[in-house]
Design a protein around this ligand. Structure first.
Ligand code: PRP
Ligand code: URA
Length: 222
């Protein structure tokens, strides 16, 4: 289901025909916000399932109606960290797969002029940070400034078992993540061509071909 790519030592680019179909809907500028949210939800489910394939399990003794048997439970707590706003569109799919996971919200936006991330909200727990598998959810990994800021915040707070799930990444962003967090697994649906720069007819720092502004397209604010 997954293939690796040289841009990051722990990059998994998930390969699945339905993921490609939903990613195409997301890229299409004619897709309205409701259909965009639906496609992001389905794509996120496929990505989260692939990203969490290596979760450790422990035995859990239970009784079926017929007899005692041994099932499995997650070995460590799980937490999802949606990056507001766009990461919210990945959360419901993640929670359907892991309903007992905690949700730690982080609000970050990218300053349009500097492309630097600005943190405006952070709701991390007082305990369980160190023990938890912590999964950052954000559809777009462009310069990776936002993902790096999130990972730094989480690391400073004590998180040790970190993962990132994005829908579309740029090669530039993956290089930044590889330099700062080579051990953090990154799961994506696609690695696109490049970021826009000063010579392009669009604002700088957008992923090409990408899908535009993931927050605006979900919430109809473009
Ligand atoms: C988008 C996206 C990422 C960030 C990616 O958020 O959801 O968080 O940009 O860009 P980067 O890799 O260069 O940091 P945005 O800042 O547009 O905020 P929004 O989700 O509230 O629209
Ligand atoms: N944020 C987005 O939503 N899209 C991009 O292409 C880059 C940053």
């Amino acid at each position: 289901m997954a293939s690796t790519n040289g841009a990051h030592p722990r990059l998994h680019c998930v390969v699945h025909p339905l993921l490609k179909v939903h990613l195409t809907r997301l890229r299409d500028q004619g897709t309205p916000p409701s259909a965009f949210r639906d496609a992001l939800d389905v794509a996120s489910g496929l990505l989260v399932a692939a990203a969490l394939q290596d979760l450790e399990l422990i035995d859990q003794p239970i009784h079926t109606p017929l007899q005692a048997t041994v099932g499995q439970a997650l070995a460590r707590p799980l937490a999802f960290v949606p990056i507001l706003r766009a990461g919210l569109g990945m959360l419901a799919a993640a929670q359907r797969l892991a309903p007992d996971a905690a949700v730690w919200h982080l609000g970050l936006y990218r300053d349009e002029a500097t492309l630097q991330p600005v943190t405006y909200y952070s709701k991390l727990p007082k305990s369980e940070l160190t023990a938890s598998t912590v999964v950052v959810l954000d559809p777009m990994l462009a310069t990776a400034g936002s993902a790096l800021a999130a990972l730094e915040l989480l690391q400073i707070a004590g998180a040790k078992h970190l993962k990132v799930i994005a829908l579309v990444a740029s090669p530039e962003g993956l290089s930044q993540l590889a330099a700062a967090f080579p051990d953090v697994a990154v799961t994506v649906a696609a690695v696109d061509e490049r970021l826009t720069g000063p010579g392009d007819p669009w604002p700088s720092g957008y992923i090409i071909p990408g899908l535009g502004d993931a927050g605006d397209r979900q919430f109809g604010t473009g």
